[in-house]
Design a protein. Structure first.
Length: 61
């Protein structure tokens, strides 16, 4: 089974750059405290890197 990433939003995207807010939405995060599980792929890693100051990431599996 491929590794997965547990991504949790810990800070608000309000006041951030438009691309960072769009990245949060693309990841499926809308509110502080939202969590999503994504496949560990380079595209997802890049999105997480863009909003690394707003989210926490944990590897699963």
């Amino acid at each position: 089974m491929a590794k997965q990433l547990l991504v949790k939003q810990v800070k608000s995207g309000i006041g951030g750059k438009p691309n960072q807010r769009a990245t949060l939405r693309t990841l499926g995060l809308k509110h502080i405290g939202d969590t999503v599980v994504k496949q560990d792929r380079p595209e997802i890693r890049g999105m997480v890197r863009t909003v690394s100051h707003l989210v926490t990431v944990e590897e699963i599996g």
